[in-house]
Design a protein around this ligand. Structure first.
Ligand SMILES: NC(=O)c1ccc[n+]([C@@H]2O[C@H](COP(=O)([O-])OP(=O)(O)OC[C@H]3O[C@@H](n4cnc5c(N)ncnc54)[C@H](O)[C@@H]3O)[C@@H](O)[C@H]2O)c1
Ligand SMILES: [Zn+2]
Length: 381
């Protein structure tokens, strides 16, 4: 499988939509494609301290070679820097350098860079265009499309943000060569999620390609990114601002976010989401919504992807529920989860919505039972 390009149409926007190029080596065409996508006189490349020396600098010299003014702005790598402080500092630096409305942001990095740089672009002079150049697997197959930008606070992840669609997305799977292995596996969790909610064919493909993915075979990685992005694109195209079906992308994330809140930065997003998917599939099975055996099949694939760290073992059902209730996905005091019907399909909730609401008393029992599920190797008693 070689490269491909797909176009995402965002309803209600003029001229409507943006191009997503997925191709090994496409990074070397950054300057030409960026200039085609939107006209700007100056380019602010935003990158974190790890990615800047690897690719940020290359992006800058490529743009300058095309005869445009490009400057590299960096922030310290790490989720804990996706803050208002870094947003303010980057924006202030751009202001000090005289960047005007005719500027464009080029986000070169993982999901943290995309969210932070995207939010800088969304708010700078009431919004300037930006290009996403994702460099982590998570960013390539998930966060670079959809237009969600934002920041964390001390209390929560992503409570501050804006929808701001990119003008262009450039995905070069070759950039994954330098990504640490644990970051690669963490990103795989979102691919498993995409397959679980929308594409049983992709799920089967993952089951037979996990080893080759971990070996970073370029063609296999490219196909993975292409198929995962296609799923995300289809979902966000129909629901760009998350008023309906886009909620299915939260599968595994209710429990996943609780685990992240409890474990702090000691757990990677993908690891937390992997546990969240196993547990939420278990919840679905207990409620009779999800086909039996689904959580077992998920657990086996996640293990093949080296995503089998049982983060939840450190926490009780009570603490998980408490953390979920502090999270934004809880309306009132019920627990809201996206549940599968079976691999490849989400079960609609009562009233035709995409999430299922578990009442507070029942939620605790169900969560307890799901935590004891046999896929975790514990006694299911
Ligand atoms: N906007 C969305 O729709 C959306 C969706 C999912 C996740 N997210 C956000 O994405 C973030 C997580 O993204 P992430 O996992 O990419 O984190 P990240 O951006 O922190 O990247 C992980 C680490 O890998 C490094 N790195 C990235 N690419 C590299 C490369 N090619 N070579 C070497 N090192 C590289 C980074 O410097 C960083 O240290 C979270 O903040 C999450 O909220 C956003
Ligand atoms: Zn996620």
């Amino acid at each position: 499988m070689t490269g491909s390009s797909l176009r995402i149409e965002v309803p209600g926007r003029e001229p409507g939509g943006y191009e997503v190029h997925i191709e090994p080596g496409v990074f070397s065409d950054l300057a030409r494609l960026t200039r085609l996508a939107a006209s700007a006189h100056r380019y602010a490349i935003i990158s974190d301290s790890r990615v800047a020396p690897l690719y940020g600098e290359r992006a800058r010299s490529a743009l300058e070679a095309e005869g445009v003014e490009a400057q590299l702005f960096t922030f310290p790598a790490g989720e804990w820097n996706k803050t208002r402080q870094e947003w303010a500092r980057l924006s202030d630096e751009m202001l000090a350098e005289g960047f005007g409305r005719d500027s464009m942001v080029v986000a070169v990095g993982g999901g943290v860079t995309g969210d932070l740089a995207g939010f800088v672009a969304a708010t700078y002079m009431r919004g300037i265009p930006y290009v996403q150049v994702p460099t982590s697997l998570l960013a390539m197959l998930d966060s670079c499309v959809g237009g969600k930008t934002g920041l964390d606070t001390l209390e929560a992840k992503n409570p501050i943000g804006a929808f701001h669609q990119p003008s262009l997305v450039l995905i070069d799977p070759n950039l994954l060569d330098t990504l640490p292995r644990f970051q690669l596996t963490s990103g795989l969790a979102e691919a498993v999620k995409a397959a679980a909610i929308a594409d049983d064919g992709l799920f089967e493909w993952l089951e037979s390609h996990a080893t080759r993915l971990l070996e970073r075979e370029p063609d296999v990685l490219t196909e993975l990114v292409r198929r995962s992005v296609a799923i995300k694109a289809e979902v966000v195209e129909r629901d760009p601002e998350e008023s309906g079906r886009r909620e299915i992308l939260n599968f595994g994330h209710t429990v996943g976010h609780s685990l992240e809140a409890l474990a702090g930065y000691g757990v990677l997003h993908g690891e937390a989401v992997a546990c969240g998917m196993r547990i939420e599939a278990g919840i679905g099975e207990i409620l009779g919504v999800t086909d039996e055996g689904t959580s077992e099949r998920l657990a086996a694939l996640l293990e093949a992807c080296e995503l089998d760290r049982p983060v939840e073992e450190e926490f009780t059902a009570e603490r998980l529920l408490e953390a979920a209730q502090a999270d934004k996905k809880v309306r009132g005091s019920v627990l809201r989860c996206v549940l599968l019907d079976r691999i490849g399909r989400v079960a609609q909730g009562a009233g035709g919505g995409w999430a299922h609401e578990l009442p507070p008393d029942g939620a605790l029992d169900v969560l307890r039972a799901a935590l004891r599920s046999p896929t975790r190797g514990a006694d299911s008693g």
